[in-house]
Design a protein around this ligand. Structure first.
Ligand code: ARG
Length: 403
C-alpha cells in the first residue's frame, strides 16, 4: 500500500475510524490526518465528534451538513427509480457513500492531500463503494484503508486506541454494528449473525413494533409532481421534511422493518436488519402512481432497469456511465408521474386504497367500465383475438397431424 503525507479521513466518531488517526500517523508515517464527518441526519452530536477527532490526533477536523443534498440528489432519485436491492432493501446506507466520497475528494483537493482514507474492513460493501466512487472521481488519488490491513481484532483495536487516548466505546453493552442516517438504520452483527435468531425489540428506534403500533388506522394522501413526493395530505413539504414526516407516520404504524439475507458485493451472504420507514412508504406510493400514469411498455422496461439501478448503486457504481444512462431513462419517464395516492397505515401495513391523477392518468373509465356505455369496440376484438391466437392454433394443429 502506497504511503502518503497528508490524508483526508472519512470519520464517524466510532472506534475503527478513531483508531485510524493514530494508526495512519504511527504505523504509516502520515504527517497530517484531516478528518471529515458528514451530517446525514443520523442525529449524532457532531460537535463532540469533531472534538473527538482532534483528541485522537487529527490536525484538522471538518464537519458538514449534507442532509439536503443527501435527500435531494440521492434519496429522491432512488424513489423515482423505486430502487430496492434484491427487491427489498431500499439502499439507505448505500446511497450515503457516494456523497461522502465526493466530499472527501473535494476536501482532498482543497487541502492538497495526496490520499483519502476510510475505516472500512475488507468484508463489507462500503469499502467497495468508497474506493470505486473515489476512483471514478479522482483516479489519481490514493485510497488508504488501514482497517483492511491492520489485522487487529475488535479488542486489539480498542486496546490500540486506548494507548492513544481514544476511549473504549461506552456502548459496549450493545454488540451490534449500526449504520444510520435520515433514511434509516442498518443493524447487524452480535446475536443477529445467526439468521435464525429473532431481532430483539431494543435494536429499533425509528419504528414501533406491530404490537406497539397505533391502534387506530390512519389514512394519508401522498402527492407527487414529476415523480417527486411533494405533499402529505395538505402539507407541502420540502424533500428533507418529506422524509422526516414519512418516517414519523410509517414508524408510528410499525411500517418499515426488514429482516433479510442479502448478497454482498464480495460474494458473502449476510443477515441485516433495516428500519427504513419513510423511504419504503414513499417508494410504495410512487410505484402505485406509476401504474396509473405510465404506459405499459414503459412500465415494464422501467421495472427491469430499476433492478439494474439498485444493483449498481449497491455495488458502488454511482458515478459510472451506466448510472448516468439509466438516470436519463428514469428522468425521461417521470414527467407524467403526477397525482395522489391514498394509503391506510395500520399495524405494520401500508395499504393502498386509491390513486388519482388529474392530468396524466392513462386509466380511461369509458374503456374500463362494464356498465354498457363503454366506447370499446367489442366486435373488433374478434379479429384481434383470431390473429393473436393464430400461432398457437397452428402449433396445436401440427401436433395433432404428426400423431
Ligand atoms: N448491508 C448494508 C449495505 O451494504 C448496510 C451496511 C452497513 N451496516 C452496518 N450495520 N454497519 O448497504
Amino acid at each position: 500500500m502506497g504511503r502518503a503525507k497528508k490524508v483526508v479521513l472519512a470519520y464517524s466518531g466510532g472506534v475503527d475510524t478513531s483508531v485510524c488517526i493514530p494508526y495512519l500517523k504511527q504505523e504509516w508515517g502520515v504527517d497530517d490526518v484531516i478528518t471529515f464527518a458528514a451530517d446525514l441526519g443520523q442525529g449524532d452530536e457532531l460537535e463532540l465528534i469533531r472534538q473527538k477527532a482532534l483528541d485522537a490526533g487529527a490536525s484538522q477536523s471538518l464537519v458538514s451538513d449534507l442532509i439536503k443534498p443527501f435527500i435531494e440528489e440521492f434519496a429522491f432519485p432512488a424513489i423515482r427509480a423505486n430502487a430496492l436491492y434484491e427487491g427489498r432493501y431500499p439502499l439507505s446506507t448505500a446511497l450515503a457513500r457516494p456523497l461522502i466520497a465526493k466530499r472527501l475528494v473535494e476536501i482532498a483537493r482543497e487541502v492538497g492531500a495526496d490520499a483519502v482514507a476510510h475505516g472500512c474492513t475488507g468484508k463489507g460493501n462500503d469499502q467497495v463503494r468508497f474506493d470505486v466512487a473515489i476512483a471514478s472521481l479522482a483516479p489519481d488519488l490514493k485510497v488508504l484503508a488501514p482497517a483492511r490491513e491492520w489485522g487487529m481484532s475488535r479488542a486489539e483495536t480498542i486496546a490500540y486506541g486506548e494507548r492513544f487516548g481514544i476511549p473504549a466505546p461506552v456502548s459496549k453493552k450493545t454488540p451490534y454494528s449500526v449504520d444510520l442516517n435520515l433514511l434509516g438504520r442498518s443493524i447487524e452483527a452480535g446475536p443477529l449473525e445467526d439468521p435464525m435468531v429473532a431481532p430483539s425489540e431494543e435494536i429499533f428506534t425509528m419504528t414501533r413494533s406491530v404490537t406497539d403500533a397505533l391502534d387506530a388506522s390512519e389514512e394519508i394522501e401522498i402527492s407527487f409532481k414529476s415523480g417527486n413526493p411533494v405533499f402529505i395530505n395538505d402539507q407541502r413539504l420540502d424533500p428533507v421534511a418529506m422524509v422526516r414526516e414519512a418516517n414519523r407516520l410509517a414508524g408510528n404504524h410499525g411500517i418499515g422493518r426488514l429482516d433479510i439475507i442479502e448478497d454482498r458485493v464480495v460474494g458473502i451472504k449476510s443477515r441485516e436488519i433495516y428500519e427504513t420507514p419513510g423511504l419504503l412508504l414513499l417508494i410504495q406510493a410512487h410505484q402505485e402512481l406509476e401504474s396509473l400514469t405510465l404506459a405499459a411498455d414503459v412500465l415494464r422496461s422501467k421495472r427491469q432497469l430499476e433492478m439494474q439501478w439498485a444493483d449498481l448503486v449497491y455495488q458502488g457504481l454511482w458515478f459510472g456511465p451506466l448510472k448516468e444512462a439509466l438516470d436519463g431513462f428514469m428522468d425521461c419517464t417521470q414527467q407524467p408521474v403526477n397525482g395522489v395516492v391514498r394509503l391506510r397505515l395500520h399495524k405494520g401495513n401500508a395499504i393502498v386504497t386509491g390513486r388519482s391523477s388529474s392530468g396524466s392518468s392513462l386509466y380511461v373509465p369509458e374503456m374500463a367500465s362494464y356498465d354498457g356505455r363503454d366506447r370499446f369496440n367489442h366486435q373488433a376484438a374478434e379479429g384481434f383475438v383470431y390473429i393473436w391466437g393464430l400461432p398457437i392454433r397452428l402449433w396445436a394443429a401440427s401436433k395433432r397431424s404428426s400423431r
